[in-house]
Design a protein around this ligand. Structure first.
Ligand code: GLU
Length: 460
């Protein structure tokens, strides 16, 4: 079978990680099977669709490297096609115009809910040829609607519960369940892989496929993405838009890898997978039905792993945009050294400015921070004077981490912290930072001495 999948987002919000994960699974499945993966923008909801959201979805998928084949399709450009199908259904008596007002329908729904019936509308105006109003499907189905979900197995529905479900607001304003059926069939989508929140739409779509004599795709409904507390992922758990992850300094490859494991498991311990490996290994059989937990700590870890794999030059390029304070040309060469220092422990690029600002401007800190264990001001001062005197004797070309380490450790007492802690704080102004030798190598001799002097001055 020729495999063709799609992601069909509605441009009514920013690209959500749930949609991105669905896109990713469709992409991996298609590519694994040497098939096609397309992007279809479902923009028939004119009131809620916005161009800026389409732009965001497109940019987000591109950023993640979830590349679709061919041109983007927009439902708003296919209105004539839907109209043709609607006219056929109306002419064949399989669809009809419903005259009831929203208020009447709301009233009916309220009563049904109060009486513990699942809400649906079976219209009393099915036979009338009205020519205006909501277009509904005449649902006379008696037999159970069944389909085999690739992830969940056989699923059954009682068709009576669906009522005469709606197809379009008018001939030129189709609604989701109708447009999606026409599109999936005419675009020859072989597999519909989407979130489990669409399971309840599936019987309607199957009935429509049967009514229109269209080919039914294979369905696979992916598990919901849950927060750590097992409730549906929401803003409460952290960012839900792909753009937020980008702005936080997550790398696209890391997010790609992380999302691939949201519901799919490779069947072994390995967690870091390249795109190529994922394409090679992905299969629907290994997608679970139960909710997939979005573990932020794991994402941070994984992002760190990807940061460490990045060639330094690339990492510097990627990091530039995260610095809000101006970096002068002379400081620019320092940026590479500084980022090299942070690369081994960085979790996300947005941490860089705060972690490295002391390289670019004089540190500001509380004198208390200079204190190691029980040291008093005088001993701290003496320790800093010792550090300074060691540094003053170092030749400019001796300002390497290795050499400095050798010189300082030779002079350090039993508790190295007494020499190294005040020194490191004087240089960085921070409780946590790279070690003093690395910092001095980057800052150079003169700047390092100035900072030690500033610390000594604070203790007076
Ligand atoms: N436009 C629908 C959505 O964004 C598509 C659902 C589907 O894949 O059928 O949820």
């Amino acid at each position: 079978m020729r495999v063709k999948t799609r992601i069909a987002p509605s441009p009514t919000g920013y690209l959500h990680v749930g949609t991105a994960r669905t896109a990713l699974f469709n992409y991996l499945f298609a590519k694994h099977n040497s098939g096609e993966f397309i992007l279809r923008i479902e923009d028939t909801d004119i009131e809620r669709s916005e161009a800026k959201f389409e732009d965001d979805i497109v940019a987000g998928l591109k950023w993640l490297g979830i590349n679709w084949d061919g041109e983007i399709t927009r439902q708003s450009e296919r209105i004539d096609i839907y109209e043709t199908y609607l006219k056929t259904l109306l002419a064949d008596g399989m669809a009809f115009y419903c005259p009831h007002s929203q208020a009447e329908l709301d009233e009916e729904r309220k009563k049904q809910v109060a009486n513990k019936f699942s809400p649906q509308h079976t219209c009393d105006a099915r036979g009338k040829k009205l020519g205006k109003g909501l277009i509904r499907f005449k649902n006379d189905t008696e037999k159970t609607v069944k389909f085999k979900d690739e992830i969940r197995g056989e699923i059954e529905f009682d068709p009576a519960l669906l009522g005469d479900f709606s197809l379009a607001k008018d001939l030129r304003t189709p609604l989701y369940n109708f447009a999606v059926v026409v599109d999936d069939a005419t675009m020859e989508i072989s597999h519909v892989i989407r979130g489990e929140d669409h399971i309840s739409n599936t019987p309607k779509q199957i009935l429509l496929e049967e009514a229109l004599g269209l080919q039914q795709p294979i369905f696979a409904h992916l598990p919901l993405i849950l927060g750590k507390d097992r409730s549906k992922l929401s803003k409460r758990h952290g960012a839900t838009s792909v753009i937020d992850y980008k702005n936080e300094g997550y790398l696209p490859d890391a997010l790609f890898n992380f999302m691939a494991l949201l519901g799919w498991n490779p069947g072994r311990e390995q967690e870091i997978f390249s795109k190529k490996e994922l394409i090679k290994e992905f299969s629907i059989d290994r997608v679970q039905g139960a909710g997939a937990i979005f573990d932020m700590t794991k994402l941070d870890w994984m992002n760190g792993e990807y940061i460490r794999k990045k060639p330094l030059k690339e990492l510097v390029e990627l990091s530039k945009g995260f610095f809000q304070f101006p970096i002068s040309n002379s400081q620019f060469s320092m940026l590479e050294k500084v980022i090299a220092l942070e690369q081994p422990r960085l979790k996300k690029l947005s941490e860089l400015p705060e972690k490295t600002d002391s390289f670019f401007k004089e540190p500001e800190y509380d004198a208390e921070l200079l204190k190691w264990k029980q040291m008093d001001n005088l001993t701290i001062k003496n320790s800093l004077e010792t550090a300074k005197s060691i540094l003053q004797l170092v030749a400019e070309n001796g300002m390497t981490k290795e050499n400095l380490e050798k010189l300082f450790l030779a002079k350090a007492g039993k508790d190295r912290g007494e020499l190294l802690w005040p020194l490191r704080v004087a240089l960085s102004g921070k409780k946590f930072s790279p070690g003093p030798f690395e910092i001095m190598e980057v800052l150079g001799k003169d700047k390092s001495i100035l900072r030690i002097n500033a610390a000594i001055f604070m203790l007076k």
